[in-house]
Write a protein that binds this ligand. Sequence first.
Ligand SMILES: Nc1ncnc2c1ncn2[C@@H]1O[C@H](COP(=O)(O)OP(=O)(O)OP(=O)(O)O)[C@@H](O)[C@H]1O
Ligand SMILES: *[C@@H]1O[C@H](CO)[C@@H](O)[C@H](O)[C@H]1NC(C)=O
Length: 683
Amino acid sequence: MTRLLALLVVSAGAIKRSPRGGERRNRIAVVGSANLDTTLAVGARLPTRGETVSTRGDPLVCCGGKGANQAVACARLVDDTLEIAFYGRVGSDTAGEVLVKELQRANVDISGVRRVAGGSGQGFVLLEDGGTVLSVVNKGANHGWDLQSCDDAWAAEVVQNARVVLLQREVPERINEVVARAAQKAGAIVVQDCGGEEREMSDEHLARCTYVAPNVSELARLTGRDLDRKDASDADVDAACHVLIARGATKVLATLGSRGCRLVSKDGVVVGDACTSIKAVDETAAGDAFRAAFAVALAEGLDERTALRHAAAAGAAAVTKEGAQPSLPSREERDALLPSLPDVPRGGGKRKWWSLRGGDACPWKFASRLNSMKDRRDLAEGFSDDPLGWVRRQGTIDGLDLVDFNFPEHLGDLNVEDVRAALDEASLKCGAVCLRYPASKFRRGSLTHPDESVRREAIKLTIDACVWAQALGASEVVVWSAWDGYDYSLQCDYDQLWSRLVAGFQQVCDAAPDVKVSLEFKPTDENTRFFAVPSTGSALVLCQDVDRENFGLTIDIGHCLAAGENPAQSIAQVASRGKLFGVQLNDGYQRIGAEDGLVFGSVHPTMAREFVYWLRRNHFDGHIYFDTFPRSEDPVRECELNIRTVKRYYGDAAALEADGLQGNLDAHDAMSVLELMERHGMM
Ligand SMILES: Nc1ncnc2c1ncn2[C@@H]1O[C@H](COP(=O)(O)OP(=O)(O)OP(=O)(O)O)[C@@H](O)[C@H]1O
Ligand SMILES: *[C@@H]1O[C@H](CO)[C@@H](O)[C@H](O)[C@H]1NC(C)=O
């Protein structure tokens, strides 16, 4: 019945010439090429250079060209609620006549086809058994567009009432550009097939397309990446798609032949399976059937995932038959293959947007400042305002793994069982115990105090911290001393300060050989304008002098900034000596002489990215601690943002690495690396 109706509509083709009025979007507009294709089946093997082979059977002459193929594919797939219009150029030869007739016969509106002087486009295809092809194209009339008259007004008419506009790359780029611009203005979906001529695609045009739809070779060509290898991984494909997204593309629909497809956007990846239950005969037009079916499904108002299934079924159906247009499936043929596909394509949707950039692979565990939980008590209903209440509040932070306790400040009044129970309840573990020598006793120094008895107490307290760490299952004690320094010139004997520090740390390390003891240097503090260890360099000298396996360093970004250092360079120097035990992340403006403790990456995003790059590059195996001071902000939300930021920067580091960062580092090439980041949307 539908078929009969369709035929009746064909004979009324002439009536359709007038532009349609009204607001009803009931069209798919296909703008592109039409070719008369000659396919020669050559049997077991394509000829090599200089070789002649015989055909098996007569040449198959049929209509092709990506534009015409997609128009005919759409026409076969739609029911009578949608109209398919083709806009193209054919020659004044017999081939031109055949092409127009065939389009008409397929029930395609051809009012937008013009016949121009000269020959029509022609394709010559050599087909090997199993479906592999070699082809040559004579562009002919497909390059006979009169660019002057194909202006914005013309394009507006082309896209009028269209739900979807299909474009390929076998006609002049100007045509695609002007049509995509009009489509965007009219709110139509644009699917840009990337098959056809090799040429640049402008960022503006990429941004105007709703879907940029390359196959792997085209994706490789457009992004300059090496994807043609059979072993190009999904991650390689996704990364290449992201290059186009960084240039402005919204969604990239990459087809991978019998491997299916990947729909990549900032929101995630939707993975579409190919239909594997078919026997491949000729892959010609698989992509045309695929993209046309995708367009038809979208035009029918179906969601993307369903559209991907329809596309895969239509693509597979095309592979089961020889030729271009003869192999394009009907709606029934498409539907027959649907049951062999999974109900819903995988992935996307709920995946968080950063995970796509490789942040999922971030191997680090996270801890955050427990004292932050003292603030914004208005948001802490149900959590007691004491260390174990703060632990429970930290238990609500998405992505947090560990708690670092200050000692004796947080743990002094507690017993191990209660702390363990609170950690269990919050599904957290202890990451480290951080020494805070109490002011009451150590204001004039802890490990460097002038009195030997006080120094001994400081050592004992540090060893107690090691015992706590072991009891709570943490392997690390982080030492920051507010008091081991000075405020005035000629106040201290620097040699004495140093040798006391060295001796103190040696005693602690020897007493707790299974615990890592890590010094967190800070160049300056309101309590001591100069700390005894004022820089990364100085801290490394201390490591040498302490000379213990279990002595190392914790690098705090705010402290590096206060010392006028680049934190990433400190990471490189400390990590290369095997002394990077921990890191404390934050950011700041460095205007008030104090630590700002702002969200990681909020002030110096590029420095922060470089910091993460160096951690990743050195396979940092400690944990990440956020040493931030959210005073007015929700500390739970603030911590979650910190965690996401590290994960995202981890993915960014991987993306830069994959995109040749090392070459820029080798060449000290600032402009190239800045442009590299620009391309990845990191500038
Ligand atoms: N051998 C196959 N078996 C099953 N499905 C296939 C096969 N080849 C292609 N397809 C389907 O068609 C879709 C598009 O195929 P492909 O990636 O080859 O596009 P293309 O290279 O643009 O096509 P064309 O060969 O027309 O240029 C695939 O995602 C898949 O769903
Ligand atoms: C991608 O499409 C182009 C143009 O249609 C074709 O020449 C090429 O062989 C295809 N690549 C793959 C891997 O299918």
